[in-house]
Design a protein around this ligand. Structure first.
Ligand SMILES: [Zn+2]
Length: 194
């Protein structure tokens, strides 16, 4: 017995080997079909089937290889990225030591800023102080000089007074000298005290 494929309904049934090449009624569709072995397909169909079998498989394999290659490529890139990220995290992950270092640096920086602030304040205070001192000294010098001027003026006044009193005495002396010279030169009176 051989396997036969109906040419009408394409269903497979069995027939005797003697009936090959003869016409027989299909068991399923009850139509007439030429009996030939199931494997014995027409010659013109073979290339298509062969092509489907060989080239199709090749193409499928090629596609699979390409997909595999792309998958490997993508996985490599992803894993490298993850690796570089993990290296980055290993290097710069904020560990306790790292945080402590940063905190210490920040503390030093803040202290330096504070020191600069304080020295600036001191400098500005010193400038203010020296300005006040300079002004005070200047005012003091002016006051001193004005006091001196007053004193000089008083002294000059006193000198003037003594000069005028001396002038008066001199006048009196001259008068008395004139009198005594006309009357008695021996009786020259002593000058009276002012
Ligand atoms: Zn049939």
């Amino acid at each position: 017995m051989i396997q036969v494929k109906c040419q009408r309904c394409w269903k497979v049934f069995e027939a005797s080997e003697e009936s090959i090449g003869k016409t027989k009624t299909c068991l399923f569709c009850k139509k007439e079909t030429i009996i030939k072995p199931f494997e014995d397909t027409p010659a013109e169909e073979k290339p298509t089937e062969n092509w489907m079998k060989t080239q199709g498989t090749n193409i499928l394999l090629g596609v699979l290889i390409v997909i595999n290659f792309l998958y490997i490529l993508i996985m490599t890139v992803v894993s490298q990225k993850q690796l570089s990220e993990s290296i980055f995290l290993d290097t710069f992950h904020p560990t306790v030591e790292w945080q402590a270092k940063v905190d210490k640096q920040m503390e030093i920086l803040q202290r330096e800023i504070q020191a600069v602030k304080e020295s600036t304040q001191k400098l500005s205070q010193a400038i203010d102080k020296s300005r006040i001192e300079i002004i005070a000294n200047f005012v003091g010098a002016i006051e001193n000089s004005s006091t001196n001027m007053e004193q000089y003026s008083l002294k000059i006044d006193a000198l003037h007074t003594s000069i005028s009193s001396l002038q008066i005495k001199l006048d009196q002396l001259q008068k008395e000298v004139a009198k005594s010279s006309t009357n008695d030169p021996k009786t020259i009176p002593s000058p009276k005290k002012p």
